[in-house]
Structures are given as structure tokens and as C-alpha cells.
Design a protein around this ligand. Structure first.
Ligand SMILES: C[S@@+](CC[C@H](N)C(=O)[O-])C[C@H]1O[C@@H](n2cnc3c(N)ncnc32)[C@H](O)[C@@H]1O
Length: 326
């Protein structure tokens, strides 16, 4: 039993599929295009859906290294993938350390890496960490329980300007100022404890006529807080830099993102890695000395099939980009 009260071995693979369907798993399998005896990394193993699919489709995989910051996730994935024995090694670590983790296992280069960003449906629905605006849970939102600050700390301690900045930058929320002010006004009466309390403060601060038709009015603010608490955008940039260093020639890195902030980072960093020179275009001779570090495979973004979006609405905003080591 882990600290979240989850007993890995008792949750079957089918139940885990109910908690979280892996997004674009066919596309991941196809685009990684693993060689025989491959060493592969699932940098966000979650409930092990992508890993399970990779192990099934590439039975010759010699080693699968899984990582996740969420202890409950690694515990569940270990249970799910236990039948694959010692070739699966799962660590409860942040993917920013991917190179060190892989090297510490005596491996210099790998044949494929997948990262499926964001949170799993399990974390949203079952973690009890206040990720969902539909549930009354303590406002935590830390994927990694070791992080210093929770959503409760941010929402109850930050200055109004800081809150506004986070909600605007990481949520791309038009009403960031109004929401930040309402939060500060409300917490002056009593601390904001739960996800439902926060969701209702946010809803009430956006005029009804501007409530989005298809999503909850708190969606963007919840996304913003989660990104900030878990340092998601900085982590993503570090991860890409480190992951590329351990790609074998011809090995691929596939990243699935779920919102434009993440996709922009992946797109821009992949473009730079693929470019031999980053000098301004009006410079007659190259002065940057940069060399091409990888090649983009799917130049345009890969999106889920319509049938997948129908079966799993979480897939609707997914975008996958792939790069290959040279
Ligand atoms: C969308 S889920 C992955 C689901 C998984 N592909 C599956 O099929 O079950 C994303 C996972 O990434 C983890 N995560 C987020 N940031 C991370 C980081 N910096 N390092 C490692 N894992 C991270 C989350 O805890 C979550 O379990």
C-alpha cells in the first residue's frame, strides 16, 4: 500500500484503462518505430498505458524505463507491468533528470522516448488532490508530493498581481484580473480550502454572459494553478534538452501535449534542434556556431483520429510532435 492508499497489485489492467485511456497510443507505437532489442523510456508513465502498448507491440524491447513524479502513478504502473519482469524499471523521479537516470543504469543512449504531458484521468478523478473543479477536495494540485507549495498556498498567500500574472500567463484567461481580485477578497473572510470553493469564486467573478459554452468557467484558472505549482513549462524545456542528449542516431522522441503553451515550447525547441544555424536572417555569415542536433520527423503536428476523440474526449486537444536523433 502506498501513501495514497493505493494497492498496485489489486488494480487490474482493465480497471486502469477505465481510469485513463492512453492518448494516440497507435501513433506513439508507429512513430517511435523501435528497432529490435530496443531500450525505450516512458518519461511520464502514469498508469502505464503507453508502456503496456509498447511492450505488446514490440515484444523484443530489452528494457523499458518508466518515470513519473507521482508516487501513486509509479506504484500503479509497477503493478500493471509486473508481468514483463526485470526488463521494466520504473522510478519515481522528475523527467528533467532523464539523462542522469538513464546513465545511472549504465545506459548511454536509448532507442526511443515518449512523454505524454499533463495529468492523467486518474489524477483528475481519483487522486483526491483537488485537480478537478467538480469535486470537493483539499486544494493541493501537487503531482509530486515533495513539492514545497500547494495550490492552497498559492491561492491564500500570493499577492493579487502575482495571482493575476499566473492566471493570465498559464491559463490565457481574459478575466485574470477579476478572478485574482475575487480570490483575494474571498480569502480575507476565510481561507479558500477546497477545489469546489475556488471553482465557485472563479465562476462568480466572470459575468454569466461570458461563461464558456463548452467548458467550466474555472477550467483555465485551474490549468494555470496546476502549471505553476508543478513548474510544468520549465520542466518541459529542461526535459527536451536532456532527452535529446541521450537519443541514439535514428532514435525518436515523441511528445504529446494538451494545450498551446506546451505545444509552443515543443514546436519551437524542436525547430531549433533541427536548425543548423540560429543567426538572424540578415547576417551574411553564420556567427552562432550552432549545429543541427536532431531532425523533425512529423513536420506538421500529429493529431488523434476522429474515432479516438469520439471514444475518449480527453484526446481532442492532443498534439504529438516527433524528433529523431542524428
Ligand atoms: C497524461 S499522464 C500519462 C499517462 C500515461 N501515458 C498512461 O498511458 O497511463 C501524465 C503523467 O505525467 C506525470 N508527470 C507530469 N510532470 C512530470 C515530470 N516533470 N516528470 C515525470 N512525470 C511527470 C504525471 O504525474 C502523470 O502521471
Amino acid at each position: 500500500m502506498d501513501s495514497n492508499g493505493i494497492q498496485a497489485a489489486t488494480i487490474s489492467s482493465e480497471s486502469q484503462e477505465r481510469f485513463h485511456l492512453p492518448v494516440m497510443s497507435k501513433e506513439v507505437v508507429d512513430h517511435l518505430d523501435l528497432p529490435e532489442d530496443a531500450v525505450v523510456v516512458d518519461a511520464t508513465i502514469g498508469l502505464g498505458g503507453h508502456s503496456e502498448q509498447l511492450l505488446r507491440e514490440y515484444p523484443s524491447i530489452s528494457k523499458l524505463i518508466g518515470m513519473d513524479v507521482d508516487h501513486a502513478a509509479t506504484s500503479l504502473a509497477k503493478g500493471r507491468l509486473s508481468a514483463s519482469g526485470e526488463k521494466v524499471e520504473i522510478v519515481n523521479r522528475n523527467f528533467i533528470h532523464i539523462k542522469n537516470i538513464v546513465n545511472s543504469m549504465g545506459i548511454d543512449y536509448v532507442d526511443g522516448i515518449v512523454a505524454d504531458l499533463g495529468i492523467s484521468s486518474f489524477q483528475l478523478e481519483r487522486s483526491g488532490k483537488g485537480f478537478s473543479f467538480k469535486k470537493k477536495e483539499f486544494l493541493d494540485m501537487r503531482m509530486d508530493a515533495g513539492l514545497q507549495f500547494s495550490a492552497y498556498d498559492l491561492v491564500n498567500d500570493m499577492k493579487v498581481e502575482e495571482l493575476e500574472y499566473i492566471i493570465k500567463e498559464y491559463g490565457e484567461e481574459k478575466f485574470a484580473r477579476k478572478i485574482a481580485k475575487s480570490i483575494v477578497k474571498s480569502r480575507a473572510k476565510k481561507p479558500i480550502q477546497t477545489s469546489l470553493d475556488l471553482a465557485s469564486i472563479i465562476s462568480n467573478s466572470i459575468p454569466k454572459k461570458f461563461h464558456p459554452k463548452k467548458t467550466h468557467p474555472a477550467t483555465k484558472t485551474f490549468q494555470a494553478l496546476r502549471i505553476s505549482i508543478n513548474n510544468e513549462l520549465d520542466n518541459l524545456a529542461i526535459f527536451i534538452k536532456e532527452a535529446v542528449k541521450i537519443l541514439n542516431t535514428g532514435a525518436r522522441l515523441a511528445i504529446i501535449s494538451f494545450h498551446s503553451l506546451e505545444d509552443r515550447i515543443v514546436k519551437n525547441m524542436f525547430r531549433k534542434l533541427d536548425s543548423p544555424c540560429i543567426c538572424p536572417s540578415d547576417l551574411p555569415v553564420c556567427a552562432c556556431g550552432k549545429v543541427q542536433q536532431a531532425t523533425r520527423i512529423a513536420r506538421s503536428v500529429v493529431k488523434p483520429r476522429k474515432s479516438e476523440v469520439l471514444a475518449n474526449p480527453r484526446a481532442r486537444s492532443a498534439k504529438m510532435r516527433v524528433i529523431e536523433g542524428i
